[in-house]
Design a binder for this molecule. Structure first.
Ligand code: NAD
Length: 319
């Protein structure tokens, strides 16, 4: 039976899962946090390690290693289980390995009649989110992939640095696949209520347009560079996911670029890819339809086509 306690489950206690768990404890966004990993000893040790910090935290979160029945009444289950991208490895190379992991996890969640929100971060995240929806049969609003939330955050940080502004004052989105075919619709990037491209045209010496456009490649390559240098990425995505879960639990109608079921938005019928969406307590409230330029629409269509062909590799009968 659902209680009034805000409860989040994390499946996969690796770098991303534990980065999320640590940040969740620090921010106190939920009352209960359940950790699950196929390595149960590890999950138990991680939970105990987190509990050792409790007396220093402003709010107490009950954290424990559990099993699937503990997730029956969770509001959100974050799935970060699976193999991570190896240095130089394409996200799509993970596809088959992580498909099996997801099948097992969703099967277990169905067995305990989980009715909360599936939040998928395992890569390739757009494929995994679509697969989670197909396997679970849950309504589209309840199955969310982290999509380009992190890429968008990286872009906003870079654009903020470029214009010497707090990234919170930069409006920008990375759309499409969380991966190589993602792109920045520059027509939608604005600072101080002005198009960023217009600001560059007005002050070409201070803000060269070519340098602004370079930020797109920097954003796209950020993950690969970090993986090359430190083996994985975790803090950026963990921070983004905590904020997203906070928005879901508090129902504050914030907008994030997430991997959502498009359901006809942007002319894309049945696919998962990164688009801006309003999030409330029930998950995806609605997809935001941006006024994209013709070349941007084409870019999104190409990214969708690429993801569709990847999905066909694992589920040809559903494409
Ligand atoms: P990791 O190897 O550190 O952790 C993965 C964990 O999953 C391990 O503890 C492993 O024991 C567990 N696991 C594997 N199979 C399981 C199963 N069937 N049930 C329960 N637990 C299982 O990996 P990581 O660095 O934490 O990355 C996790 C995933 O997140 C990867 O797919 C990675 O590519 C992805 N990721 C996504 C983003 C994003 O923006 N969406 C960013 C970074 C990483």
């Amino acid at each position: 039976m659902k209680t009034t306690k805000r409860k989040i489950g994390v499946i996969g206690c690796g770098k991303v899962g534990m980065g999320f768990a640590f940040a969740t404890m620090q921010s106190g966004i939920c009352d209960q946090l359940v950790l699950i990993d196929k390595d149960m000893r590890r999950a138990a040790a991680e939970a105990e390690d987190l509990r050792h910090g409790l007396c220093f935290l402003p709010r107490v979160t009950e954290v424990y290693a559990g099993d699937y029945p503990d997730l029956a009444d969770a509001d959100i289950v974050l799935i970060t289980a699976g193999a991570a991208q190896a240095p130089g490895e394409d996200r799509m190379a993970l596809l088959r390995r992580n498909t099996e992991v997801l099948e097992e996890i969703v099967g277990q969640l169905l067995e305990v009649h989980f009715e909360g929100i599936y939040l998928v971060a395992t890569n390739p995240v757009d494929i995994m989110a679509r697969l989670a929806r197909q396997l679970s049969g849950a309504p589209a609003r309840r199955v969310i992939g982290s999509g380009t939330i992190l890429d968008t955050a990286r872009l906003r940080a870079l654009v903020g640095e470029f214009f010497s502004l707090d990234p919170k004052n930069v409006h920008a989105y990375v759309l499409g696949e969380h991966g190589e075919s993602e792109f920045v619709p520059w027509s939608q990037v604005s600072v101080i209520s002005k198009s960023a491209v217009t600001v560059c045209h007005q002050h070409p010496e201070r803000f060269p347009l070519a340098s602004l456009y370079e930020l797109e490649a920097k954003t796209r390559n950020a993950a690969a560079e970090l993986i090359e240098a430190k083996g994985a990425t975790c803090y950026g995505i963990a921070t983004a996911l905590v904020r997203l879960c906070d928005a879901i639990l508090s129902g504050d109608n914030s907008i994030f670029t997430l991997s959502c079921h498009t359901g006809g938005a942007y002319g894309l019928r049945d696919i998962y890819l990164g688009v801006p969406a309003v999030v409330d307590g029930s998950g995806i409230r609605e997809i935001v339809t941006l006024e994209l330029e013709a070349d941007e629409k084409e870019h999104l269509r190409r990214s969708a086509h690429y993801l569709d062909s990847m999905y066909a590799d694992i589920r040809p009968q559903f494409v």
